[in-house]
Write a protein that binds this ligand. Structure first.
Ligand SMILES: NC(=O)c1ccc[n+]([C@@H]2O[C@H](COP(=O)([O-])OP(=O)(O)OC[C@H]3O[C@@H](n4cnc5c(N)ncnc54)[C@H](OP(=O)(O)O)[C@@H]3O)[C@@H](O)[C@H]2O)c1
Length: 315
């Protein structure tokens, strides 16, 4: 090959790469716009949420943060709510609040998902014949602050595995077949932006959220033909007590909404889009990370970055 042919080959390769990047950017931009607008433009007043999915919704991790506000959003749409988390007093208070504010029925179940199968058995026993039509796998477990895997107490690692992976999988298994038989239902899996990249110092948490993304996408393939909606939600930072290691995050800002604002937008997207970041400024962040920061393996992060992250304990 002479010099001219080489030049042409390289130019063609470069043009192809640029075109590919442009198409991907436009595609991601369209997806972002759709996820922001669809909840409002595709609103179907005739088909209420209860009619579309069924009466009862079960929300895990529902006495605080996103879970509590999401449960209220569903109650506002007329759903009766099964509330599941660890603390009886908080469950009673949340149930009372939802019943009096929205006039729907509630049922509470005390279960600690960090205990694995034991918690799933409690839910199965307590749920009895209630036909759960919407399952919101919201509860999540995280370390107290960023650290090396070797520093994380073993019980916290088990908690991340049991709560973020085990409970999501086993609760889905518990309810999805009934939804398939009824020909309606929805499973909402709350992941995290940490699913987008391997994340040193939050290694196990990020890996567990990448599992949720993969699980949700394959599950949708299996069950959407039976009219079961599988939605995957990817929040960035939300001002909740999960972020109590950082005053900056707790006080919230343009990119860090409070749980009520977040849940309002996320719940509006149910049944409208398969995936959402849940809030418009999060959709913007999702677009930027997905387009301009493709998944890379973080094999050798510099010590400077590590130290910066470790200091985020004091953000
Ligand atoms: N906040 C964020 O910035 C953010 C960002 C990305 C993704 N997310 C994801 O969003 C979801 C909700 O997070 P959040 O920030 O709203 O949480 P949160 O405010 O910390 O609330 C946690 C809720 O879960 C319950 N809970 C905690 N551990 C439990 C366990 N082992 N078994 C049963 N219930 C348990 C808590 O009640 P009890 O203590 O009474 O059990 C509480 O109701 C999680 O999956 C999280 O990973 C959050």
């Amino acid at each position: 090959m002479d010099c001219n042919t080489y030049t042409w080959c390289l130019a063609a390769l470069g043009a192809f790469a640029v075109l590919f990047f442009l198409f991907e950017t436009i595609w991601n931009l369209l997806q972002m716009t759709r996820s922001i607008l669809a909840p409002y433009l595709l609103a179907n007043e005739e088909e209420s949420s209860v009619k579309k999915f069924g009466l009862w919704a079960l929300v895990t991790g529902c006495t605080d943060g996103i879970g509590k506000e999401y449960a209220k959003e569903l109650a506002k749409r007329g759903h009766s709510i099964v509330l599941v988390s660890r603390t009886l007093e908080k469950l009673n208070a949340t149930a009372k609040e939802i019943e009096s504010e929205f006039g729907v029925k509630t049922k509470i179940i005390v279960a600690d998902f960090s205990k694995g199968q034991e918690a799933i058995d409690i839910v199965k026993k307590e749920i009895g014949k209630i036909p759960v039509s919407i399952l919101v796998n919201n509860v999540g477990s995280q370390y107290a602050y960023p650290m090396y895997v070797g520093e994380v107490p073993e019980d916290q690692l088990w908690s991340i595995i049991n709560v973020n992976v085990g409970a999501v999988t086993l609760l889905t298994r518990t309810f999805v077949e009934e939804m398939r038989i009824r020909g309606q239902g929805a499973i909402v899996n709350i992941s995290s932006a940490s699913e987008l990249q391997p994340l040193p110092l939050m290694t196990a948490y990020a890996a567990s959220k990448a599992y949720i993304r993969s699980f949700s996408e394959a599950l949708r393939y299996e069950y959407s033909k039976y009219n079961v909606t599988v939605q995957h939600v990817t929040p960035f930072f939300v001002s909740t007590k999960m972020n109590s290691f950082s005053n900056r995050l707790l006080s919230g800002n343009f990119f860090v909404p409070d749980a009520a604002s977040y849940a309002k937008h996320a719940a509006a997207a149910l049944g409208k889009v398969d995936h959402t970041a849940g809030y418009w400024t999060h959709s913007l962040q999702y677009f930027i990370v997905k387009t301009f920061s493709p998944e890379v393996s973080s094999t050798n992060p510099s010590e400077t970055n590590i130290s910066k992250c470790r200091r985020s304990k004091h953000l």
